[in-house]
Design a protein around this ligand. Structure first.
Ligand code: FCB
Length: 473
């Protein structure tokens, strides 16, 4: 006879096994076109700003380019089979605009569309939900030649390209995100210049940020018109920003960086306005005369979901009096002299501090802006891996994922409608200005042979997906 005082065995097991995520939680992995596809000059694809940038001497470590990358363009079947082995519920990929519309406007390249049709069909055949990002940093070079994101017309071109994609794939892709991390496109691309197109002008960076968001709003409207049933969102990269001390100067430095890193995007997208303090901070950089009536209404077109990419936390301090700001071009226009402080906590191979509680904090913060479903559309870590006897035992990466999933679960417990999590990344890949020197993948890629080897973290993630949660530590 069962003892009514003891809970059913399954609950006991569940408790011991750690954390269970809500039913239907969307477990995924993410990649981006330029980072994995290769086939840079095949089947009608033309250069994007990342082709130009990576082929410019001195821009990318060791002169690496995405010409071949993971050769995913030719290995789509093998890669989707690996995803199926992992048990992924969803795969977040991006479309190379230059493959689909090589000139950035006008003529569409049918072979480019065919590749993404094949990818989507293969995913669906394997029961994997395709999650399509329209723009992951690779602007067609002809649009950069016409002025790039600092120019308003680029937003309209993005909306046209979105319509092309919605018409071609809207019948089989349910989840769409417009932009990936507009902060990086704007402030690394046009501010510090460490990303393509490598320009260094603070006002251009701010304009680019605005036109990216305008393009996003127009793209949402284009998607709605073409595919009323689509689930549409945007992905932003967010950081908690803490002051190094509680002096008012450090607190103010944190407010400034938080404005540029987070509120520059969250407020227009989710509230339809720029924060006043941010506009004041930027007054020496721009008078915002690029903002036209109606833009903020377009930018804040209602969404179905918000994607959050989370990697680390910023800790900042006020400038030291008498010490000049670093003269290198900055990705913090108007706040170039704010100091970024390290706390001495463990870091990844990128030098990014590992801070899992920051994920809980970030998700709760976004939920403070909106009741929309949230998804972690990227989270992960680079570590130096070695292949030993055909195995990669990436304990650090596995621990990073584990800690961040626990933090994500804590956000759910606190009432955040978090509906999915995408590990960055499925494969080791071209890590932008770092080339192939930084490995984020759950699957190791030998770039000479293109052999894929699932790491320990991949096997572990497969078990997380199977049990819809985490085992006890
Ligand atoms: C994010 C990017 C992604 C990858 C990770 C490490 O900022 O969206 O492409 O580079 O960082």
């Amino acid at each position: 006879m069962s003892n009514p005082a003891s809970p059913p065995a399954v609950d006991v097991l569940d408790e011991r096994s750690g954390l269970t995520f809500p039913p239907g939680f969307l477990w995924g992995a993410a990649t981006a076109a330029y980072q994995i596809e290769g086939a840079a000059a095949e089947d009608g694809r033309a250069p994007s700003i990342w082709d130009t940038f990576s082929h410019t001497e001195g821009r990318v470590v060791a002169g690496h380019t995405g010409d071949v990358a993971c050769d995913h363009y030719h290995r789509l079947g093998e890669d989707v089979a690996l995803m199926a082995e992992l048990g992924l519920k969803s795969y977040r990929f991006s479309v190379s605009w230059s493959r689909v519309q090589p000139g950035g406007r006008g003529a569409v390249n049918p072979q480019g569309l065919d590749f993404y049709r094949r990818l989507v069909d293969e995913l669906l055949a394997n029961g994997i939900e395709p999650w399509l990002t329209l723009y992951h940093w690779d602007l067609p070079q002809p649009l950069e030649d016409a002025g790039g994101w600092p120019v308003r017309d680029t937003a309209a071109r993005f909306a046209d390209y979105t319509t092309v994609m919605a018409d071609a794939l809207g019948d089989r892709v349910r989840y769409w995100t417009t932009l990936n991390e507009p902060w990086c496109s704007a402030f690394l691309g046009y501010g510090s210049g460490v990303h393509a197109p490598g320009r260094t002008n603070g006002a251009d960076a701010v304009r680019a940020g605005h036109h990216l968001m305008l393009g996003h709003g127009l793209a949402v409207q284009a998607l709605r018109a073409a595919r009323p049933g689509a689930e549409v969102g945007v992905t932003v990269n967010l950081y908690p920003v803490d002051p190094a001390s509680d002096t008012s100067a450090d607190v103010d430095a944190a407010r400034r960086i938080d404005g540029l890193a987070n509120r520059f995007f969250l407020d227009p997208l989710l509230r339809g306005s720029y924060p006043e303090d941010l506009v004041a901070d930027l007054s020496t950089v721009t008078d915002f005369d690029h903002v036209r009536d109606g833009d903020l209404a377009t930018i804040s077109t209602p969404l179905d979901l918000v994607g959050v990419n989370y990697y680390s936390r910023h800790v900042v301090a006020a400038p030291v009096e008498g010490v000049e700001a670093d003269p290198a071009p900055s990705c913090w226009p108007g706040s170039e002299d704010v100091r970024f402080v390290t706390r001495g906590v463990p870091v990844t191979d990128m030098g990014w501090e590992i801070d899992a509680p920051g994920l809980t904090e970030t998700l709760r913060r976004v939920h403070g802006y909106t009741d929309l479903p949230l998804y972690v559309t990227e989270n992960g870590s680079a570590f130096v891996d070695s292949v030993v006897d055909g195995q990669v035992d990436d304990v650090d990466r596995l621990a990073y994922f584990d800690a961040h999933l626990r933090a994500a679960h804590e956000a759910i417990d606190a009432g955040v409608p978090l509906r999915g999590y995408f590990a960055w990344s499925l494969l080791d890949n071209f890590e932008w200005a770092w080339g192939y020197t930084k490995r984020f993948g759950m699957i190791h890629v030998d770039y000479d042979s293109q052999v894929r080897t699932p790491k320990s973290s991949a096997k572990w993630y497969a078990s997380v997906i199977r049990r819809n949660g985490l085992a006890a530590q």
